[in-house]
Design a protein around this ligand. Sequence first.
Ligand code: SF4
Ligand code: SF4
Length: 240
Amino acid sequence: MITISIDEKACVSCSLCVDICPTKVFSFNSVKDLPEVALPKECFGCLSCSEICPSDAIQHTGAALSSCFHHDTYCTNIVSKLAVSEPASFEDIASATGLDEAMRDISVRLLSVGTVLKDVVGAGLPSVGLMAGRSLATQLPRYRPPKNLEEAFELAIKEFAPAWGLEFKQDSDNLKVCVKECFVRGLCKQENISLGGELCVLFFNYLSGYLGKMSKTQLKLVTAERSAESCSYEVKIMHR
Ligand code: SF4
Ligand code: SF4
């Protein structure tokens, strides 16, 4: 059996571990202001919690950890390709027709990946998005990595266009992410899919993993508002 320990002194009470665990192993004790291991037998060793913990406060011992879907580079690599138009050549992208074709190609991939992941990993979907975003951050070639979150925002705005039109407003550790243009939103409309489903979960965590990896932070979702015109996310920044 896997044993989970939490370093209470290191814990910053962000509750990210509670939110991300696919099998609801943790509960949050609001009196102690700390997470607790409520259902230890449910842990299958995916390590989502220790990966998202901003203070490295969670340790697992006692069993071989699972080779989980989101540790599978093949799986995360597929999702990480979603922001780029890989099948089209640079010349194709330069023409409007080529861009449309590339977007249609990504639409098919995204819908298939979203449907398959929902069936296969269920509640583990945020971890897939998160790991894919981190994978993207390390795969894209760049001369100089961003030095801070502000530079990561600037880069994200460029690198995620034209699939996503992003706007970031930061006030201390509070961040508002506005998604003015959204490829996923257009796709949901086209396919008559409700907003807030697996594609939106994948997208938010994808962006969160990407920004977190680039800026050495973790982003905790506080609220999400989605509409046919624009979506916005209130986020808390946790420094690693
Ligand atoms: S390793 Fe995975 S299943 Fe186990 S507590 Fe952490 S998030 Fe939950
Ligand atoms: S993710 Fe880490 S810091 Fe946040 S509540 Fe869980 S153990 Fe504490």
